[in-house]
Ligand binder design. Structure first.
Ligand code: GLA
Length: 401
């Protein structure tokens, strides 16, 4: 059975009712005084536009109801204290002056990296006490890292009166992840967490960060988007993501363009011909160019009110990620194949790949049948049972208390 995670459970605030109060209370236990505030930032799923963001292309994520919540107070003594209820261990204390890129391989690298990036950009952040808790599943391709970065960035932006906008916070968080953590990711996840709106998907042009909120209310149209977390954990700091990114950069260099975004869909055949026997680069280029085109197709269909027709586009996107970009895995392919065979309108892997989650578009009436079929297929294949939930487009990062 799918576990419904409805936007209603997070009405205006951070997480399930009362959770932000519990976070504030835990902060007080840890640090001896009440926090100055509590903030929340969501995870995301990406509807379409995968591995396009570091090619200056198009993406279309929406925020999940799952959030990372931070209770935070300022300090003035150059000390950052971090605690998470999701990780074993006590309060970690860091000196701001000692923060250095790639000096930390643990979870604290994400919040510390944000503080480092803010200070490096000239913002006067003088220290903080932070307590965190999260309902975003880690390693599931649902942007738990971005939620962690963005919630800290937003809290510090508010507390220190930095006046940065969501997209600016997203850029700083991406820098924290790229330089401090050492994971070469794009800008999609942080922008989604910072800028998404309830009831909408975010059409983002990653070249100039221009945004358009696209109404996306599947329930009103009798549909649901299921997220199937395969429980296969992935990590972006490992090599495969970086290899794909480097391959795309090689492609744009060989084609003489700034980024693969500049290869028009209509010019794809000519571009592939120019790449000659660079077989791997040809596959990567074909994925990126066709994926940008699929984002444009999905927007056109949604704007025309033809939501059901996005299903086949999602399936094409999955095939492209599996066959051309080669970042799927047996579990993700099994979700997609089983979902389609049992009546789903569309399905594809979402996020960075090599595990994580798939999305499945279904008629609401078919949700249980499709979920059961996927669960049975996993059992038959002797895979770890998947976690399935209904994704409702939810609010981006905000102050909760
Ligand atoms: C990860 C990265 C994003 C993006 C996706 C793939 O989620 O963090 O920047 O590249 O993979 O679309």
């Amino acid at each position: 059975m799918s576990e419904a995670v409805e936007g209603g459970a997070v009405e205006g605030g951070a997480v399930e009712s009362g959770a932000e109060v519990a976070v504030a209370e835990r902060f007080e236990e840890l640090y001896g005084t009440a926090p100055e505030g509590v903030w929340a930032a969501p995870g995301r799923v990406n509807l379409i536009g995968e591995h396009t963001d570091y090619n200056d292309g198009f993406v279309m994520p929406f925020a999940l109801p799952h959030t990372t919540v931070a209770a935070v107070s300022r300090r003035t003594d150059g000390v950052l204290r971090l605690h998470s209820s999701d990780v074993d261990g006590g309060v970690v204390e860091l000196a701001l002056d000692a923060l250095a890129p790639e000096s930390d391989r643990g979870w604290t690298a994400y919040p510390a990296g944000v503080v480092w990036a803010l200070r490096e950009a000239g913002h006067a952040v003088t220290g903080a006490d932070v307590h965190l808790t999260s309902t975003v599943p880690a390693g599931a391709g649902l942007s738990s890292s971005a939620a962690l970065e963005v919630v800290v960035a937003l809290a510090l932006n508010d507390l220190f009166g930095l006046g940065l906008k969501g997209w600016q916070l997203a850029r700083l968080c991406q820098r924290a992840e790229n330089v401090y953590v050492g994971a070469p990711t794009g800008i999609m996840d942080q922008t989604a967490s910072a800028c998404c709106e309830r009831g909408h998907a975010l059409f983002l042009d990653t070249r100039d960060l221009s945004q358009k909120q696209i109404p996306f209310d599947l329930a009103a149209e009798g549909m649901q988007l299921l997220v199937v977390d395969t429980q296969v954990k992935h990590s972006h700091s490992e090599g495969e993501y970086g290899k794909r990114r480097a391959g795309c950069e090689k492609g744009s260099a060989l084609l003489g363009v700034d980024a693969l975004r500049d290869v028009a869909y209509d010019d794809l055949d000519a571009a592939l011909e120019r790449l000659g026997d660079e077989e791997e680069v040809r596959r990567l280029v074909r994925h990126v160019v066709t994926e940008n085109h699929r984002v444009e197709q999905v927007i056109a269909l949604l704007e025309a009110g033809e939501t059901r027709a996005i299903g086949p586009v999602l399936v094409e996107g999955h095939a492209s990620l599996r066959d051309d970009f080669r970042i799927s895995c047996p579990e993700l392919d099994l979700v997609v194949d089983t979902a389609i065979a049992s009546g789903a309108l569309g399905a594809r892997m979402t996020g960075g790949g090599f595990g994580g989650s798939a999305i499945v578009l279904v008629e609401s009436a078919d949700a249980d049948t499709v979920t059961k079929a996927v669960e049975e297929a996993f059992a038959a294949a002797e895979f770890t049972p998947p976690r399935v939930f209904v994704a409702v487009p939810s609010a981006g990062a905000r102050r909760a208390v």
